[in-house]
Design a protein. Sequence first.
Length: 182
Amino acid sequence: MGVGGSSLPQFEVEKLSIESGMTQKGIRTLYKRFVSLAKHKDKGTNQLFINQKDFLAIEELRINPLGTRIIDAFFADAEMGDKKRVYFRDFVKVLSHFRPINKAKPHPWNSREAKLRFAFTMYDVNKSGTITAEEFTEILKRMIGQNVSEEQICQIADRSMRETDLNGDGCVSFQEFCEVCF
């Protein structure tokens, strides 16, 4: 159980709904989940937050082969200047990447580019801004490692690199990633 928290102010619900594309009811539901996960409160701002250890305690993330990459994404997107804490706004922002795109009413956190950026960060393990064959291989091992041989994984990674490294420099930039995904 979390440390408890007051209800989210209506203006904040409205703002997050506009930015994320989620309904106000969805924002309130997420807030309840966030409060149940948050075990800490910032002494200066009195805001609840979740740290990496708290995320690792979530069973669904612990058993997911990409769980650590998903957790890393929460901290990479943290806007509060503290990459060791995820506040509710950060929580909503990352989760909005998993929603379908609303083409009729685009939202900044739920745009095609934001989703592609999020997917790209899943592969960019070393956070260099590019994806290497080694990073492709590492992610593939996490996703399908038990089901195929090491040789097959390397072949899949090599083929993926050949198809996505459009300029032949040995790594995939975000621009190349986007071009291949469109």
